[in-house]
Design a protein around this ligand. Sequence first.
Ligand code: UTP
Length: 300
Amino acid sequence: MRHTVTKVVVPAAGLGTRFLPATKALPKEMLPVVDKPAIQYVVEEAVRAGLPDVLFVTGRNKNALENHFDRATELEQILVGKGDAARLQLVCESSALANVHYVRQGDPLGLGHAVLRSRDHVGDDSFAVLLGDDLIDGRDRLLERMLQVHDERDTCVVALMEVDPAQAHLYGIATVDATDEADVVRVRGLVEKPPAGTAPSNLAIVGRYVLKPEIFPVLEQTAPGRGSEIQLTDALLTMAADDEVGGVHGVVFRGRRYDTGDKLDYIKANVMLACEREDLGPGLRAWLREYVEQLVLEPV
Ligand code: UTP
């Protein structure tokens, strides 16, 4: 099915304070997951869904990101000289992947503010927002399903996942009504990172959004919220109450997601994804088994 969304916005201007000191001079989206920067997985996901027009919203330390999606002619020539075709392909892949564009955020005033900075590029069309530190397994077609729900219902769409209630304070949390489709809900309430123990549900927003352009004037009017940042969640709450713009729907995702913005989850993502790789998996699994056996013997 053809959909009206053609553009993707990838905000990558956050300070990444949970990952210091690694993120002192590097956007957290550039941290490698196995052997590729996290953000490359996200761009590959966009391209797979038929959306090769990608706008990065960048902050300080944008150079590493820009260089990664650009040609590296000197390196390419050296690899050509060595006849190393396999590595040459790896180097060229990221620069040929998508049509990339950049806009600076200026001050990191929040995710909502970063999305607002994409307005001139996006114009009057719906668009997708993919967070560069949230990886969705390539085998799970979440973005495609969200685009389909957007087209069928003419609505903003967020990705929702059930999380452990003890973790709910780390997410935007939704209250929802069921619809006639098992994996689609109508969003009625949203709260960004509710204080521990106060979350109204365990349905958390994860880093995928399909947004209608009507979000832009709402974002402009959205006052700084939690953490004194302009929160996308707050603007979505306004959209959710507006039937004229189609409200907000959620696609409840039950597939594989890897959070790479948090140190512990980042380590888990690396281990899980490396275990599945043909080149690394067998060696890593064998070593992990031995290592776990040792851990079991050690007192906690
Ligand atoms: P996070 O809240 O996870 O990012 O924002 P952060 O602020 O960089 O991380 P910590 O909490 O300090 O470790 C979610 C996404 O929104 C982007 C981030 O880069 C991340 O992809 N973001 C956030 C911006 O682009 N600009 C902002 O002002 C804030």
